[in-house]
Design a protein around this ligand. Structure first.
Ligand SMILES: [Zn+2]
Length: 487
């Protein structure tokens, strides 16, 4: 009998495809799953008893801003503690690389805290990630907003010139060649808001050639969301790229219930194009503090303020009362800052999450002083709260939306299933107790019920703390495509 490096014994396997749980032992050799066999048949140097537990593929967080968190916080506790083994970075139009300017600057400081993490090209950045030996993997999108900053400097309130578009396109082309997996845009944000549909579609052209994906934080997620969806679908179509709409939501009280319009629109468009979207399991969103967003939120919490650090975690309405001014004025006084906005309808969130095109992404913001609890809670919350407690969908389907479906949409070859030959990215959790513990008051607490997390065969998380395994890597687009051909 072969001795494997690790055997996870006596568990119920949720293999990621959505098929019903089955009893099996899972063996790991090196960085791969070597065998999935009947209980009791496999022996390993290290045996992990998973009786009463579920053995699932490691979760793929398809929507993150963890680009440099992988370098600065390589144990990645906020994600490994949830069972996440791969993070897709560079969403919403902002990526750490390529970045040719000498200083980090205000916009990029949202995802880069240290100047030494800057890299002029994607290959240089990926090398920094690999050198940091993170506990989990990263896959990287190139931000259209970051490309704009590179080529247009601070002159961003206009459409890029033809020369600038061709420079951005060349930079994207080079980055994809060097291993990035696609491009993201964030037309909602000031950095990119002046960009036209044509600009984005023209910059995005290399996606078709390299098989890169296009992800979009759309221009509008409120009153004009249907037009924004049309724009997104057009950009993907013109670039020849598969589309992932980011953090799908209908934002603001006047738009509550409009999933009844957006979801059928997705269903229709999915017949003609490859389209999917990600969702996080909360009725509150989080981003920079924008006073034009105050009106549509029922409540606003401050996540950080450079000017008044003591305000992190506090309600902006209370701050305004103490200052004796309006919320807008209070917001202006504490800028630059970040905020959490309660602006979604619970029924909408549930409808989005259950749609056939939906996968799970946290959109957690790793460096916020008082972050949205999604940073630490997203995946266990879907498993414990939405699947188990509310029975929104079966556990196997919840796992599928965090693993195989996500891997397929982002072309992460060899991940997202418990299957011999696949990478040994695994999460062992207790289906009876798994739950998020991070709250809006206490947002940085590890989930309950996550037992053991393996990434590339190394133990990234175990018994409530980092497991010492640091086998994560920057996933390379070409390498994954080559593996897909030989698989
Ligand atoms: Zn976004």
């Amino acid at each position: 009998m072969t001795a494997y490096d690790i055997v996870i014994r006596n568990g119920q396997v949720a293999d990621g495809t959505g098929k019903p749980l089955f009893a099996a032992d899972v063996a790991v050799k090196g960085d791969r799953i070597a065998a999935v066999e009947a209980p009791g048949t496999l022996r390993g140097d290290n045996e992990i008893d998973a009786a009463g537990k579920v053995v699932a593929p490691g979760f793929i967080d398809v929507h993150t801003h963890d680009d440099t968190a992988l370098i600065d916080n390589p144990t990645m506790a906020m994600k490994a503690s949830q069972g996440v083994t791969t993070v897709v970075c560079g969403n919403c139009g902002v990526s750490a690389a390529p970045y040719v300017r000498p200083d980090v600057g205000h916009w990029m400081s949202l995802i880069i805290k240290k100047k030494e993490n800057l890299a002029k090209d994607f290959a240089g950045f990926a090398a920094k990630v690999d050198a940091a030996k993170p506990a989990i993997n990263g896959a990287f999108l190139i931000g259209h907003g970051t490309l704009r900053l590179n080529m247009m400097g601070d002159d961003l309130n206009r459409v890029a010139s033809p020369a600038e578009i061709s420079q951005m396109r060349a930079l994207l082309d080079q980055s994809l060649e060097q291993g990035a997996i696609g491009m993201s845009s964030g037309l909602f944000y000031a950095v990119s808001n002046a960009a036209s549909t044509d600009e984005v579609a023209e910059v995005a052209q290399p996606l078709g050639k390299w098989g890169g994906v296009y992800t979009a934080h759309m221009r509008d997620e409120g009153d004009h969301i249907l037009a924004a969806m049309d724009e997104t679908f057009e950009i993907g179509r013109r670039a020849g790229a598969e589309i992932i709409v980011s953090h799908h939501k209908c934002s603001g009280r006047s738009n509550f219930g409009r999933m009844k319009e957006t979801l059928p629109k997705f269903t229709e468009a999915m017949k003609r194009q490859q389209i999917a979207f990600d969702v996080y399991p909360y009725i509150a969103g989080s981003t920079i503090l924008r006073t034009d967003m105050l009106e549509r939120a029922d409540k606003v919490l401050i996540t950080w303020s450079e000017k008044v650090p003591g305000l992190s975690g506090r309600d902006l309405a209370d701050i305004a009362r103490e200052m004796g001014c309006s919320m807008k004025e209070a917001g202006d006084r504490i800028q630059p800052a970040g905020a959490i906005y309660f602006m979604m309808d619970e029924k909408d969130v549930q409808a989005a999450m259950s749609h056939p095109g939906a996968m799970i992404g946290s959109d957690g913001i790793p460096f916020d002083a008082h972050p949205h609890p999604r940073l630490w809670g997203t995946f266990p919350r879907v498993l414990g709260h939405y699947s188990r407690d509310l029975a929104l969908f079966p556990l196997e389907d919840a796992v599928r939306r965090m693993t195989s479906y996500s891997a397929r949409r982002f072309h992460l070859t060899g991940r997202g299933e418990v299957k011999p030959g696949y990478y040994a990215d695994l999460c062992v959790f207790d289906p009876a107790t798994v739950i998020d513990t991070a709250t809006f008051e206490q947002p940085m607490t590890p989930a309950a019920g996550i037992d053991t997390v393996l990434c590339n065969g190394a133990i990234a998380w175990r018994d409530g703390k980092p497991g010492g395994g640091r086998a994560g890597r920057a996933l390379h687009r070409q390498q994954m495509q080559d593996e897909a051909k030989t698989a």
